[in-house]
Design a protein around this ligand. Structure first.
Ligand code: SF4
Length: 605
C-alpha cells in the first residue's frame, strides 16, 4: 500500500510541527482514540475544522497520561487544550455490561485494550493541568456530553457530579461541536478566558450564580439522595433544553450552567466540513490495523441526528433530534475520491448515519417544530408533520452505484422499518441493490410492554415488514436472510417477556446472531428508568432486571436455537411458571431436570 506522507496529517509530534514550520500550536487536541484522519472520527474532524479557520492544531492520540513529558511533547499550546475520551464513553469502551474488561478496543492499533484511562476525560484533563500550569482545558465528545449534569453512573452504581466538576475543566462542549469550538477559539484568540465564556450554545460552564431566566434543576445533592428528584431532573432537562432554555443545576455552592444545544448545520456547512483534506487513513506511525477504521474505511456519512428517540440510545442526546444532511453532490464527490484509494475494490460498505433512511428527512411544520415536545417523531406513531419520503435517499443510492469504479453500494447503518409505508421507493431500491448478504434490523424487542418502555415500534410494523421483505425476496427469486437485533436485560423486560420473545422468534423463523445486553450508559431515558425503577414521565413502576442470573437467562432465551441454551431456557421457563411453553420452544416436552442438565447449569454459574 502507498504510504501517505505524514505532512498530509495534522502534526502529532515536534518533528511534524517542524515540517510545517511551526514552533508552537494554538490548540492541542487530546484523544482517547488512535488518530485516524477520517471524518467518521470526531477529533480529527474538529481539528480539521479549526485548521480551516487558520489555527495551528496538533493531535495527541492515546498519550501516556501518567507521564507529563508525553503530554508536553508538542509544547504548550497558545490558546487551549481540547480533550475527548474518543468515539465512545471510556467506561463503555472498556467494560462489558457484566462489568468485565473487554478483550478488544476497536479504536486502538491491534485492538489492544488499556491504551486509554478509565474516565478518560477526567484523567486527561488532570494530566494536562499538571503538565501545563494554568492552561485552559475544554472537554467534549460523547463522554463529556452525556455526563454534563449530575448523572447515574452504572460502574460506580451511584449518581456522580457533572464531569465539569470532577475533571476541573474550564468549559464543556456537548453535542456536535464544530460551531461552539469555532466560537471558543475565536474568543480565546481575542484574549477571553474559556472559563468566563458564558452564553455559547452547546456548552456548559461552572458559575457562582444561575443566570436570570434559566430553568433550575434539582441539585446534585437532591438527585443523588432521591430517585424521585433524579426522575424530575431528567424530565425537566428533556423538556427545557428542547425549548432553547438555559439549564442550571446547583452542585454545592456552585452552579453547572448548560446553554441550549448548538444550532443544527445546514447542507452547505456540512459539505464544507467533509471537503476538508482528510487523508482517510490512520497516521503512518501505526504498524497494526485499527479495527474501527477497517470497518468504516469505505463508508460514507450522509447525515447526522436521529428523530427515533429510542429510550436506550445516546445518539439523540449527542447528535440531536434534527437530521442534518449533506448534499448529494458532496457525498458523490467523496465516493468518487474513494474510488482512487489504492485498496478500493469497488464496494462502498455503507451510506448512512445513525439511521440510514432518515437522510434528508425533516419536520415540515416549522412553527409546530419550535413548540414540539415529542422526544420522537416516530413513536408512538409516525407524526403527520414528518417529511420522510425517502426519495432523496433512494436517488442518492442510485446515483452512487452509477459512479465509475463503483460495483456495489451497501447500507449497513440501521433502517427504521416503521417508515415502510412512507418510503416504498427507498425500500424497493434497498432490497433490490443495497443489502449485502443478510438484512439486519433492530426491533430490540417484539413484546408491546417492552417496546413501550424502549419507545420502539411494536410487533405490528415488524410483522408487516417481514411479510414485505420475504415477498419481495420471493418475487426477485433471491434467497436472503434477515437478522434481528434484540436487547436482553432492558428495563421493562421480564423473563416472561423474554419467553414470549423467544417464541416469537421461533414462530417467525428468526435467529439472532449476537445478543446485546443492555448497558445503562449515562444520560439516557432507559438509564434513568434503570436507576429509579420508574418511567420519569408517567411515574409508572417498571421492572428492572438487575439480577445477573435473570440477565443471563434472558440472553439464553434469545439464543433459543442453540443447544447450549437448553438448560438455562428450562430454568427460565420454570422460574416464570411457563413450563408449558417448553414443548414449542425446545421442540419437545421440557426435559425433566436431569442430573446432567443440573451439572451443566452449576458449572456455568
Ligand atoms: S411536529 Fe412531528 S415531525 Fe415535527 S418535530 Fe414534532 S414530532 Fe417531529
Amino acid at each position: 500500500m502507498t504510504q501517505t506522507p505524514s505532512t498530509d496529517f495534522l502534526p502529532t509530534s515536534r518533528a511534524e510541527m517542524a515540517m510545517r514550520g511551526w514552533d508552537a500550536l494554538d490548540i492541542l487536541f487530546v484523544s482517547g482514540d488512535a488518530y485516524v484522519d477520517h471524518p467518521a472520527f470526531g477529533i480529527p474532524l474538529l481539528a480539521r475544522v479549526l485548521e480551516a479557520e487558520g489555527y495551528r492544531v496538533g493531535i495527541l492520540a492515546q498519550p501516556q497520561w501518567k507521564n507529563p513529558q508525553a503530554l508536553q511533547s508538542m509544547g504548550r499550546p497558545r490558546l487551549f487544550a481540547a480533550v475527548s475520551a474518543g468515539a465512545m464513553d471510556s467506561m463503555v469502551n472498556r467494560y462489558t455490561a457484566a462489568k468485565k474488561v473487554r478483550n478488544e478496543d476497536a479504536y486502538t492499533p491491534g485492538g489492544q485494550e488499556g491504551a486509554r484511562p478509565d474516565r478518560a476525560v477526567i484523567a486527561y484533563t488532570a494530566a494536562l493541568k499538571g503538565a501545563f500550569k494554568g492552561l485552559p482545558v475544554i472537554i467534549g465528545g460523547i463522554e463529556a456530553s452525556l455526563r454534563r449534569l449530575a448523572h447515574y453512573d452504572f460502574w460506580d452504581d451511584r449518581v456522580r457530579r457533572s464531569v465539569l466538576l470532577d475533571s476541573k475543566a474550564d468549559l464543556l462542549v456537548y453535542g456536535m461541536a464544530e460551531e461552539p469550538l469555532r466560537e471558543i477559539a475565536r474568543r480565546a484568540a481575542s484574549g477571553e478566558e474559556p472559563k468566563e465564556m458564558a452564553g455559547i450554545r452547546g456548552t456548559a460552564i461552572m458559575a457562582r450564580e444561575a443566570p436570570e431566566g434559566s430553568s433550575i434543576l434539582p441539585s446534585f445533592e437532591e438527585v443523588a439522595a432521591s430517585r424521585a428528584s433524579y426522575g424530575k431532573a431528567f424530565c425537566l432537562t428533556a423538556e427545557e433544553s428542547g425549548h432553547g432554555r438555559v439549564l442550571a443545576q446547583p452542585h454545592g455552592h456552585r452552579w453547572v450552567v448548560v446553554q441550549p444545544p448548538a444550532r443544527p448545520l445546514n447542507a452547505a456547512e456540512l459539505d464544507r466540513i467533509y471537503a476538508r483534506p482528510f487523508t482517510r487513513r490512520p497516521h503512518p506511525s501505526y504498524r497494526d490495523t485499527i479495527p474501527a477504521y477497517e470497518q468504516i474505511k469505505f463508508s460514507i456519512t450522509s447525515h447526522r441526528g436521529c428523530f427515533g428517540g429510542c429510550a436506550f440510545c445516546a445518539i439523540t442526546h449527542h447528535q440531536g433530534k434534527t437530521v442534518q444532511s449533506r448534499s448529494p453532490a458532496s457525498i458523490l464527490a467523496e465516493i468518487a475520491g474513494l474510488t482512487r484509494h489504492p485498496e478500493f475494490r469497488g464496494t462502498i460498505s455503507d451510506i448512512g448515519g445513525p439511521t440510514a433512511n432518515m437522510y434528508a428527512s425533516f419536520c415540515a411544520d416549522e412553527k409546530t417544530n419550535r413548540k414540539c415536545r415529542r422526544a420522537s417523531c416516530l413513536y408512538p406513531a409516525v407524526c403527520t408533520n414528518l417529511h420522510a419520503s425517502g426519495r432523496k435517499a433512494a436517488n442518492l443510492l442510485t446515483q452512487a452505484r452509477a459512479l465509475p469504479g463503483v460495483k456495489h453500494v451497501f447500507v449497513a447503518s440501521g433502517v427504521r422499518y416503521d417508515l415502510l409505508d412512507q418510503q416504498q421507493e427507498y425500500f424497493e431500491a434497498l432490497l433490490a441493490h443495497h443489502v449485502g448478504g443478510l438484512l439486519k434490523i433492530a426491533p430490540e424487542s417484539v413484546v408491546p410492554d417492552v417496546t413501550e418502555v424502549m419507545r420502539k415500534p411494536g410487533p405490528e410494523p415488524l410483522e408487516k415488514f417481514l411479510r414485505y421483505y420475504r415477498d419481495s425476496c420471493r418475487e426477485k427469486g433471491v434467497r436472503r436472510g434477515i437478522v434481528p437485533y434484540l436487547i436482553a436485560g432492558h428495563p421493562g423486560c421480564t423473563l416472561a417477556h423474554m419467553v414470549d420473545t423467544a417464541l416469537y422468534l421461533k414462530r417467525h423463523n428468526l435467529r439472532v446472531e449476537q445478543v446485546q445486553e443492555f448497558t445503562p450508559t449515562p444520560g439516557t431515558l432507559a438509564t434513568c428508568i434503570w436507576h429509579t425503577g420508574r418511567d420519569p414521565f408517567t411515574g409508572r413502576h417498571v421492572h428492572v432486571p438487575k439480577d445477573p442470573k435473570e440477565r443471563r437467562l434472558q440472553k439464553a432465551l434469545l439464543l433459543w436455537h442453540l443447544p447450549q441454551s437448553r438448560a438455562e431456557i428450562e430454568e427460565a421457563l420454570r422460574r416464570c411458571g411457563r413450563e408449558k411453553d417448553g414443548a414449542e420452544l425446545l421442540g419437545s416436552a421440557p426435559h425433566r431436570h436431569s442430573a446432567a442438565s443440573r451439572e451443566k447449569t452449576r458449572r456455568r454459574k
